[in-house]
Ligand binder design. Structure first.
Ligand SMILES: [Zn+2]
Length: 502
């Protein structure tokens, strides 16, 4: 079913969007949240399970201390208060991949609350601007297992013959980070949502508490959106788009929901409060399940676990282990790299700050690193519908490509082919240069012969250059580059052309 959409600009003329973001972070602890089972990704199904994470009667959970430590560090990095005493709660609902029929989570006593994060976005005048996102809470919980629907064409339950359940993921520690409603974002709501998730992911990476791979589900974002009539204080009815698994999808999903809500509201109908599914391929959301505010999960304090009461000394000790504050880090890197405010904003906005940093650490000049990540690689990521970090090329590879350009092994155009080869899994940049035969021809005799041939083939152009019309050299350089299949240093070719015709 195709939904009617209102144009984005028209929607913003009549409505103010309010955003809410819920981000689940899968921690990289060695064992699960409440048992000693291993947590490795990609193991054979149901090989990392025990009576506790399978929810067998009589099994007793024990809290993973390392997970509590990670939760506190995330909370502190988000400028949250850390609870002096809090409990786990049972969230009761039925799900085939949740064997206990309740999820051990936290309800009214989260480990961290009342924080904020400043994100950098484009201001109304085009200059970078800081926008504060308030964090309501960050709480600890456990992941569910995974269902695999077999026999259908889509992998969804509809049309499947049967379903299989893998409980390896059941009980993996999660931190859920929930924002307060984000208002006043206006037309920048999609950009702010993306910038928030991008910076949150950078922070999680810097903390070293998760693999932080959106494509593998170790960071998952749910996007809440509602519209209110422009100028109104009242929040509209919201929808919750689940498991949006890339930064660019976060941005697209917000934009799509703004347009969809506006079309419904302007026709006099009302928004159904529900969860929605995001479809990466078609760029639309579809209806999930209806969800009321008063959903009754029959939460109650978990009787099998002792409360968590982190001492103030421990909290302060953990505060001392935090990475550099993101705002300070951005300012430091900008100064070190000599980037303009706009260069910096674009780098952060593209989710490329860490990538550029690592590429520079691997030896590339900052502007060269930025050029590759925000140019050629951003274009390829966009084409493939993935985020930059999920491209199969490392910062070290990118630095090596630039080094090959710097020492004139390849020119810019060939460097793009090297990148294409690395992304296609053909090996390291050097291996791609060798296997594809991409190195620039530095054999002066071969170059000289190609230049002579171009001059002989284009006598009119050669005469113009002899008469002093140096600008005409471009045609001869082009002919030589074509003859050499692009594998020549254009600067050297130009020198040779002018030498021979002077
Ligand atoms: Zn277990």
């Amino acid at each position: 079913m195709t939904e009617t959409l209102m144009s984005y600009e028209e929607a913003l003329g009549s409505y103010d969007p309010a955003l809410g973001l819920e981000v689940h972070v899968e921690l990289n602890t060695n064992s699960k949240m409440f048992c000693g089972c291993p947590t490795e990704f990609g193991a054979e199904p149901n090989t990392q399970v025990c009576p506790t994470c399978l929810g067998l009667p009589g099994a007793m959970p024990v809290v993973n201390g390392k997970a509590v430590e990670s939760a506190i560090r995330i909370g502190l990095a988000l400028n949250c208060e850390i609870a002096e005493w809090c409990r786990f709660a049972r969230k009761n609902y039925f799900y085939p991949d949740m064997p206990k029929n309740f999820q051990t989570s936290q309800y009214d006593e989260p480990i961290a609350f009342d924080g904020w994060m400043d994100v950098v976005v484009e201001g109304p005048d085009g200059e970078p601007e800081t926008f504060r996102v308030e964090i309501e809470r960050a709480h600890m919980e456990e992941d569910t297992g995974k269902s695999l629907h077999v026999g259908g064409s889509t992998g969804r339950i509809h049309g499947a013959d049967h379903s299989l359940v893998d409980y390896n993921r059941a009980g993996i520690p999660l931190i859920e980070i929930v924002t307060r409603p984000i208002r006043g974002a206006g037309g920048r709501a999609p950009e702010i949502a993306k910038a928030y998730v991008a910076q949150l992911r950078d922070l999680i990476v810097a903390l070293g508490v998760s693999d932080a791979r959106m494509d593998q589900g170790s960071i998952r974002a749910d996007v809440n959106l509602s519209l209110a009539p422009a100028g109104s204080d009242v929040l509209g009815t919201r929808t919750e788009t689940k498991n949006v698994n890339s930064l660019r999808s976060v941005e697209r999903a917000v934009r799509y929901e703004v347009q969809r809500h506006a079309a419904i509201l302007s026709s006099g109908r009302s928004i159904l409060q529900e969860t929605r599914h995001w479809h990466e391929d078609t760029g639309i959301t579809t209806s999930g399940r209806e969800k009321s505010d008063a959903e009754d999960y029959r939460y109650f304090p978990e009787p099998d676990l002792v409360p968590v009461a982190p001492s103030r000394e421990w909290v302060e000790e953990l505060r001392g282990t935090l990475p550099e504050n993101p705002t300070a880090r951005r300012a430091r890197l900008q100064a070190e790299w000599g980037f303009s405010d706009l260069d910096m904003r674009d780098t952060v906005g593209a989710g490329a700050l860490g990538l550029v940093e690592e590429t520079v650490a691997a030896g590339a000049a900052p502007q060269a690193a930025r050029k590759w990540w925000l140019g050629e690689l951003a274009r390829r990521a966009n084409e493939a519908g993935v985020d930059l970090v999920d491209l199969s090329i490392t910062p070290a590879d990118v630095a090596r490509v630039q080094a090959l350009v710097d020492d004139k092994t390849v020119n810019d155009k060939l460097a793009r082919q090297v990148i294409e080869g690395v992304l296609a899994g053909e090996g390291t940049p050097d291996e791609v240069v060798a296997s594809r035969g991409l190195a620039v021809v530095s054999d002066e005799d071969a170059l000289s012969a190609a230049v002579d041939k171009a001059i002989a083939d284009n006598p009119d152009v050669a005469d113009k250059i002899r008469d002093g019309k140096v600008a005409a050299a471009g045609a001869l350089i082009g002919a030589v580059m074509k003859e050499m299949r692009g594998q020549a240093d254009a600067g050297r070719v130009r020198e040779l052309v002018l030498e021979k015709l002077s």
